[in-house]
Design a protein around this ligand. Sequence first.
Ligand SMILES: NC(=O)C1=CN([C@@H]2O[C@H](COP(=O)(O)OP(=O)(O)OC[C@H]3O[C@@H](n4cnc5c(N)ncnc54)[C@H](O)[C@@H]3O)[C@@H](O)[C@H]2O)C=CC1
Ligand SMILES: O=C(O)C(=O)COP(=O)(O)O
Length: 417
Amino acid sequence: MTIANKNSLAKDKIKILLLEGLHPSSIEELKLKGYSNIESLKTSLSESELIEKIADVHFIGIRSRTQLTDKVLSHANKLVAIGCFCIGTNQVDLKAAQNLGIPVFNAPFSNTRSVAELVLGEALLLLRGIPEKSAKAHRGEWFKSAVGSVEARGKVLGIIGYGHIGMQLGILAETLGMRVHFYDIETKLPLGNARQSPTLESLLAEADVVSLHVPETAQTHNMIAQAQFSAMKDGAIFINASRGTVVDINALAQALECKKIAGAAIDVFPVEPKSNDDEFFSPLRGFDNVILTPHIGGSTKEAQANIGLEVATKLTKYSDNGSSLSAVNFPEVSLPDHTIPGLTSTSRLLHIHHNQPGVLTKINNAFAEHNINIAAQYLQTDDKIGYVVIDIDSQDSEQALKELKQIEGTIRARILH
Ligand SMILES: NC(=O)C1=CN([C@@H]2O[C@H](COP(=O)(O)OP(=O)(O)OC[C@H]3O[C@@H](n4cnc5c(N)ncnc54)[C@H](O)[C@@H]3O)[C@@H](O)[C@H]2O)C=CC1
Ligand SMILES: O=C(O)C(=O)COP(=O)(O)O
């Protein structure tokens, strides 16, 4: 049994729900830090199941399938933080979470190498027409031919979205002698001999292999549709391991049908089955020259183990000392550990508020009125919210919490320890 301040929760009362079969490293890390009240499920949950379950959960861990919508979050009365055990955070309504004072953490690097390796492997196979030849062989057909088969060496790899994955892919591809061109909305430092294309159209016109590595945003929705397929080279190879919504899937099916695109590898889909037991429907089923994979770009032993540890550590740090470093929707505060000798007799309080002028002054005035001595104070804001962490003498913690809750603009206030 862990001991807690009267107004903070004992660790064994902190309820953690982990979904989508997270790697055991996540549970190991949580347990190591003293969190034992963990429910871990292999699958995602539907909206109604989530609404029911999330009501008494303090932390939730998900991957890319679980949709934490505004509606679901409005039932998350006790939720302290969300861990996305993946890169993408588009499955969470980040604004809704922010308004409720709930930080969202992810693992921005852990599975990037896995995606880059998969994409490069697929590019090589598709340039040689292997998926088609393999499919025929499985049906008893012998299709020995060099027609349409080319080496990767000297070919142009067009990367759309030159971020963590796109850059690694570029470096790996150059080791094979590919020429790397990329398109990004930001000006990026080209690694190796890569070069940035000024427009998406110019990139599409020059690439032998086009690979997508952008996040799901309003801007990337259907960014590759009929016009973009038309702008590609005849016989180009197309790869998408980013998000299904980035590509008009029917336009891709058409481009494959008319042989504009010679082959494709698709890992992500506009609609993906909720579990391995559900049937997968797609207009791309049945094309021998298309590699279809069930959203496994980041699904390697190494990536999942690293992600489990990384995100669990971020959640326990936030829970243990209030550190919000690397939250994607929340002001980032990096804090000293409260177990540092000399700080043990202090209490730490967290205050999350709407970012409006004067909140800090009001807090300090209220504390001064009650002779509450502030040992340390950390404040960060973003355009919407402010996050202040305050260390005070332990004996004053209850009064301080009372004062914090009365400050105008307060979203949440609690005693951490
Ligand atoms: N298939 C899978 O299992 C996985 C898929 N992903 C997906 O891959 C995406 C990319 O991952 P990272 O490279 O780590 O992200 P990142 O954030 O490092 O890079 C994304 C890049 O895209 C650029 N970008 C954004 N909007 C753009 C636009 N409209 N046009 C052109 N460029 C644009 C950004 O400036 C940035 O350079 C993730 O957001 C995620 O959705 C990530 C991991 C695994
Ligand atoms: O990291 C990402 O964004 C991914 O797409 C991987 O998602 P997953 O953890 O495999 O559900």
